[in-house]
Design a protein around this ligand. Structure first.
Ligand code: DX5
Ligand code: ZN
Length: 215
């Protein structure tokens, strides 16, 4: 069964603690960090992540959509992330390696993320040491966008590479996941599904999480 990682980007930030509690039946909690530079939107930063860490024991799956993530990697790790994903487009390869080294140093699980334009092969230099690859199925920056079905090929290619070089690595899909697209992503090889609007836009949040658990 796939794992579900609700994205709090679509939660009510005034009632964030309650919205996190509503998502406790999920496997992970997805936290989107945007800097207004790598993506044209700004969300939350280190102090809010620290507060989230204090109010939940959920596994915090933190998606860094920030330029040159190495600058802030230690801060996000120490704020309580369980897993950090850095975008392969956000810095040169040598800095991706530095980010992964820092994640090891702080005992945080290691992820890399791909924009839709990025070739699946870009993960190869890092794949053997990764815990997760995050494939974007929308352009990163905003919740509530439409799932790009053209990314199903990317998901399949990443699945093939993971099976060959590091079968324990998870394959997470993020963007436009709902009851209709979740089975497509899972059939293409995803085992973790991020969902923002499909979870927090629903009247029954635990029910919406359950409805995404495709076989
Ligand atoms: C978008 C974020 C996503 C977003 C997904 O850049 O990375 O995690 O919250 O939202 P939905 O599920 O509404 O597409
Ligand atoms: Zn995300």
């Amino acid at each position: 069964m796939v794992k579900i990682s609700p994205s709090i980007l679509s939660a009510d930030f005034v009632n964030l603690e309650e919205d996190i509690r509503q998502a406790e039946s999920a496997d992970y909690l997805h936290v989107d960090i945007m800097d207004g530079c790598f993506v044209p939107n700004i969300t939350i930063g280190v102090p809010v992540l620290k507060s989230i860490r204090k109010c939940t024991g959920m596994f915090l799956d933190v998606h860094l959509m920030i330029d040159k993530p190495v600058r802030l990697l230690a801060d996000f790790a120490q704020a309580g992330a369980d897993l950090l994903s850095v975008h392969l487009e956000a810095c040169p390869p040598s800095q991706i390696v530095q980010c992964l080294d820092l994640m090891d140093q702080f005992g945080v699980k290691k992820g890399v993320a791909l924009r839709p334009i990025t070739s699946p092969k870009a993960i190869l230099p890092y794949l053997e040491r990764l815990d997760l690859v995050l494939v974007m199925t929308v352009e990163p920056g905003f919740g509530g966008q439409t799932f790009l079905e053209s990314q199903l090929d990317t998901i399949r290619e990443v699945r093939t590479l993971i099976d060959r070089y590091n079968p324990a690595c998870e394959l997470e899909v993020d963007g436009g996941v709902n009851q209709k697209t979740a089975p497509l992503a899972a059939a293409a090889g995803a085992n973790v599904l991020v969902a923002g609007s499909a979870v927090y836009g629903a009247a029954d949040i635990p029910g919406a999480i359950q409805a995404l658990r495709v076989n």
